[in-house]
Design a protein around this ligand. Sequence first.
Ligand code: BGC
Length: 741
Amino acid sequence: MKNLKAAILAAIIFYCACPRAAAQAPLYKDPKASPAERAADLLGRMTAEEKFGQLQQLDGLWEGDYRKEHLELAREGRLGSTLNVRFAANVNILQKEAVEHSRLGIPLLFAFDVIHGYRTIFPVPLGESAQWDPELAGKAASAAAEEAYSVGLKWTFAPMVDIARDPRWGRIVEGSGEDPYLGSRLAAARVRGFQGADFSAPGKLLACAKHWVGYGAAEAGRDYNSTNISRSALRNVYFPPFKAALDAGAATFMSAFNDLNGVPSTANKAAIAGTLRGDWGFKGFVVSDYTSVKELIAHGLAADEEDAAVKALSAGVDMEMVSTLYRDKGPAALSAGRLSLPVLDASVLRVLEMKFRAGIFEKPYIDPALETKKLLTPKTRKLALEAALKSLVLLRNTGGLLPLGPGLKKIAVVGALADSKTDMLGSWSADGKPADAVTLLEGVRETVSPGTEVVYSSGCSPSAGTDEELAKAVAAASEADVIIAAVGEEASMSGEASSRAFLSLPGRQLELLERLKKTGRPVVAVLFNGRPLELSWLDANIPAILEAWYPGTEGGRAVAQTLFGRSNPGGKLPVTFPLTLGQVPIYYAHRSTGRPPSAAEKYSSKYTDSPVEPLYPFGYGLSYSSFTYSGLSVTPAKIKADGKAIVKVAVTNSSSRSGDEIAQLYIRDAAGSETRPVRELKGFKRVTLSPGETKTLEFELGPAELGYYYEDGFAVEPGLFGVYASGSSEGGLEARLEVMP
Ligand code: BGC
């Protein structure tokens, strides 16, 4: 008996000490093992159904709740991720089903579109881009991540890095505009902001570079429309911001809705398996866009649901958002050999590995107490104010009408947008609350001197306005010293599925402006909009125009502080504003043509009924200060293809007011194996200069800036380069650089 007891005890001791016995706790649960080892171990334990389950992302309810069926799916291991489910009360309950009640305990990844802020709303991305300040954009992304994390989120579908050159496309508001260089700088900054150095850390999110790829080139600017993009444009224009996001460590990519040269992006093997994974070595996972797997049928690429599932998965789209074809049709396709097991396993591994890297196996739940501590703090509001201030672009300021002086007796604020909290927030305002937003009217009221009377009359909104309302506004304005007219678009007029066939001010707004002008009172137009608009009438008739985009929670305050000179506008356009719709698509980095526009030559590339020049070029923006550029130098003036030159230029504030200037560096590759754009942005710096101050700015031009993709690769071609330094994409100082053979 004694011996038996001793034997049992010995067995227990052996069992505990023996490494093989310890393997009872599976390797995938060991935080010390690498994510790859853990994922491989876990994969080996999964049924086919569980594998497809990890590739399924489902939508919750817009208010943040999960759907009832999610509980069961999570318990059965048939759900990998959700979008829109948020708040500790929902997230923790659903997560518990996955972590504690499913066979393998794989946590869910909670995603949400945190695009320009979560609760504290920053300017829309196009407005943020107008700051030309990647560091600030990174700070906003980081603040948004911290807020979003506090409500249980771990993944954002941002940054949106699509280059867009057609303002009819409503989603131009969500990106950085038309330029690959500016777009790349911002893409990298936003990824770093969301993810930090280690995205498993509390307060950080996985980023998602979207929409891969070419979505912004939708034909005729109509959302979801097909795209036809040359290889050269893909590699030199549309890819670079994605590559920058990847290099900055973006954990995930989203496949786009669009048909790309005949193969929809969501089944585009060349783009996903080829470029993204093959050429660039992307190790994260790719999620489809909302039902874009199922849409392969409507595209005419897939014959039926199974075909769609097989084609998307085989192209490398790992996770299916909302449609359920992988889950529903995958198992049969697998058994019949139409879907290969290695393809399925590779996708599952990528998703699992990312979940391990995200740290959610160790920290699946969110502390409910965080929610109240992290949202809309004085610190985030302050950052939102700074962001809004820096995003404003002064388009016109005839006779120095702005800034408005302190001695005004009466100011009329006109236009429904001046008092619309919702419209301050913009198109993807996550859990931003209109009530938190400061409107322009509120901003003006808190900024004016005590002796100034402020009268407000809505007149019209972009979508409504009666004769009486217009007449009332005009009457109210006709006695004011100055009229501030808020015009533009409602926030819902841009963004997804909000393409427009016209770029004019919608509704009766132009009529309102015409009548305000007739009062003879000076009019300041403040624009709230998500795309370049056709502003030629305004430019000819309204002395001061301030582009405010959708400036976010602190937007109205920022605009008012700028109108009254407490802040000096310094933003510049990240996108060209056409003179007229017929010029679209119009962008500064176009090629030359063999017959460049010439007034003297009929047979040159121009219109018979409109100038070819835009109203406001890319990079343009005024200030209450004025700046001069001098002393542009390029040293050395001749380099080898692998060499580097230093460009120096002095920028002087030649006014009596301190202000910001965004100095821009452009090149032109004069001749090459392929024709190159007439100008390409290759550097910029936003600097603050006090009155009379001069700063000498330095830029580097090396292979990364001088090269481009042609034939089989990226290279710098010998020859002459023009080098330009200026405050916009037009004009400026010019120098030369020669790349020697
Ligand atoms: C959009 C994506 C977005 C997704 C989830 C889609 O309709 O195209 O940009 O991330 O919805 O909300």
